[in-house]
Each structure stands twice: as structure tokens, then as C-alpha cells.
Design a protein around this ligand. Structure first.
Ligand SMILES: [Cu+2]
Length: 325
């Protein structure tokens, strides 16, 4: 704004038109990220075509027999302890989803990341639009190989997709999902853990790192486990308790929703919360608390993209992000 005032004062004396500077340095037209359930068939098809393309393009990191999708899973797996269970979880995954959105664009997509609003689907998550076999990501996995405990996804656009990584090791396998079933008191796909009622105490947190912990450990973990692991101890699907969970393209709809919930929390008090960042870094090897986090902390992205700085990924309308929900 200050610049525009100067521009009007000095008028023609300026060498660079104000509009050009705005486009480079600020976010003037944030792109809207949509709810998968409300997107049109054409929008879903465009997204899925690009997402399939990402699972077919050769690795840019030079990983053997791997694709760009594997690059994402690998990067998430090797950085795992630097990006989970403390404050960086939220800005790191915000940046990471943006890098994936760029990968979709490299595959011809012109839209934005989309989200699975699982809060709306909590009562019957298996009926969610994201599982559709044509306009979604395919459904639950089934046992197709008695020698493999994983359950293979056999419908939808990713039925032939073979991720390279399982946890942090090379272990080529068919994309797998193993929805938790409504048994033994465990609700279908763990829906009760991300119902509107379950979200109340999460959204009521008033300190950033308490909100982050409640969101990460509660609904975020429930969706990973609900989609990817009927058995917590083994993890039978890619989305389950698996460092390489981004092998399932659905990961990015899940994490865009996590990102949106953070944004909604920030919007409850934007002036205080947009740049609110606190808590401790991971514990040190001797077991003592890590140092307090800072907005100047780095966000490593492996070879996927340039290293980021937390402060650039706090505000969705920052120059590096520029989107809205
Ligand atoms: Cu993660």
C-alpha cells in the first residue's frame, strides 16, 4: 500500500509499473482451494489426470526405478523426525503440499490442491466422494496375495500404481489401503475421532503448539490409521503408520484438509495467530527438551524444492503460497 501511495505521488518517475512489482512480490490473486466433494467432474478429472502423471514421471531425485510420487514419499520418510511431533509439522506440510501442487502443474494441471473434508464425512467415511472409482482415488484394498499382508487397491485411477518405498526402505508393492472396520468398538475408518464433536476441543486450543499437537495426534493420525491400517502394529496400507505415506496420492487431500483446519484456527484471530509459532524443537539425544522453535527456523525439503523458512509459510496469502480456502 505504501508503495502505491508513493507511485501516485511520483507517477511517471517510476521505472517499474506498480502492477508488475505486485505480481512478483505480493499475493494479489490468491487461488481458491476446493473441497473434493464439491468440485465438478471436470475439475476432479483434471486433478486425477495430473496425479496419475506424477506417479508415472521418472524420479527427479535420481531414485532407481522410481517416479516423482516416490520422490515425495522418500523425502517425507527421510525427513520424518524433523517434520513431525513438534511445531514444524504445520508449516512444513503446508510447504510440502505447495510443492506437490507445483508437481501437478508440471503435469499440465491448472487448478489448485484440493481437500477431503473428512469432518463432513465422519459418520460414514467409506461413502466419501474421494473413494469413487472414476471421480476419486479408488476405494479400500483387498488381499490379493497370500504372501503379502498389504491390501491392494484394485479400482480407481491408481490401481496399477506401484510405490517403491515402504517406511524408509525400498520395497516395491501395489498401492495399498486397509480401512479400519467398525469392530471392537473402533468406528469405521475411525470417524468418531474427526467428527464435529471431536473437533471442538482441538479448535478451542488457544496456543499454537497445543493446537498443532491436538490436530496432529487426534484427527490427523486417525485418518492416516483409518485409511491405512486396520492393525496399528503392522500398518497394512500406505497411508497407515508409514513414513512413506505420501505414496498414496490421497495423502495430499488429507494434508490439504489439515492445512485448512490450521488456516481456520488462524482465522479465529488473524492478527494474533497468523504468525503465532511456538513450542520446543524435538528432544535432544540426551533426552532434554530441544530449543524453542523460531519463525527463522529452516524447512528442509530434501532435493524436492529449495529449503524454506518457517515465516514464509505461516500466511496462506504470503508471496510463496498465495491461496485461500
Ligand atoms: Cu507427514
Amino acid at each position: 500500500m505504501k508503495f502505491l501511495q508513493l507511485a501516485s505521488l511520483f507517477g511517471a518517475a517510476l521505472a517499474v509499473p506498480a502492477a508488475d512489482l505486485d505480481a512478483r512480490q505480493t499475493c494479489t490473486t490468491p487461488k481458491l482451494r476446493k473441497d473434493w466433494a464439491k468440485a465438478t467432474t471436470a475439475e476432479k478429472t483434471a486433478y486425477l489426470n495430473a496425479a496419475v502423471c506424477v506417479t508415472k514421471k521418472p524420479s527427479r531425485l535420481g531414485l532407481v526405478n522410481a517416479t516423482v510420487q516416490d520422490d515425495f514419499a522418500y523425502t517425507h520418510a527421510i525427513l520424518y523426525n524433523q517434520i513431525h511431533n513438534f511445531a514444524a509439522f504445520l508449516p512444513w506440510h503446508r510447504y510440502y503440499v505447495m510443492v506437490y501442487e507445483k508437481a501437478l502443474r508440471d503435469c499440465g494441471y491448472t487448478g489448485t490442491a484440493m481437500y477431503w473434508n473428512w469432518v463432513n464425512d465422519w459418520a460414514a467415511p467409506s461413502k466419501a466422494a474421494v473413494w469413487h472409482n472414476v471421480t476419486g482415488f479408488g476405494g479400500n484394498g483387498v488381499e490379493t496375495n497370500p504372501n503379502d499382508i498389504r491390501k491392494r487397491v484394485i479400482d480407481g485411477p491408481f490401481k496399477n500404481w506401484r510405490p517403491q518405498f515402504w517406511h524408509s526402505s525400498v520395497q516395491p508393492h501395489a498401492l495399498s489401503r486397509d480401512w479400519s472396520t467398525a469392530q471392537n468398538g473402533d468406528p469405521e475408518l475411525r470417524g468418531a475421532f474427526y467428527s464435529p464433536t471431536a473437533m471442538v476441543p482441538v479448535n478451542a486450543k488457544t496456543v499454537f503448539d497445543e493446537f498443532r499437537a491436538a490436530l496432529e495426534d487426534g484427527p490427523h493420525a486417525a485418518v492416516h490409521g483409518g485409511v491405512g491400517a486396520a492393525d496399528d502394529n503392522r500398518g497394512l496400507g500406505d497411508m497407515g503408520f508409514n513414513n512413506a505415506s505420501p505414496s498414496d496420492p490421497l495423502f495430499f487431500l488429507h494434508h490439504t484438509q489439515v492445512d485448512r483446519l490450521w488456516w481456520l484456527w488462524q482465522q479465529q484471530n488473524p492478527s494474533a495467530r497468523t504468525m503465532e509459532y511456538n513450542g520446543n524443537s524435538p528432544s535432544l539425544p540426551d533426552g532434554s527438551n530441544g530449543p524453542p522453535v523460531s519463525l527463522n527456523d529452516k524447512l528442509p525439503m530434501g532435493g524436492l524444492a529449495a529449503e524454506g523458512v518457517v515465516r514464509d509459510y505461516m500466511d496462506v496469502k504470503s508471496a510463496k503460497l498465495c491461496y485461500k480456502y
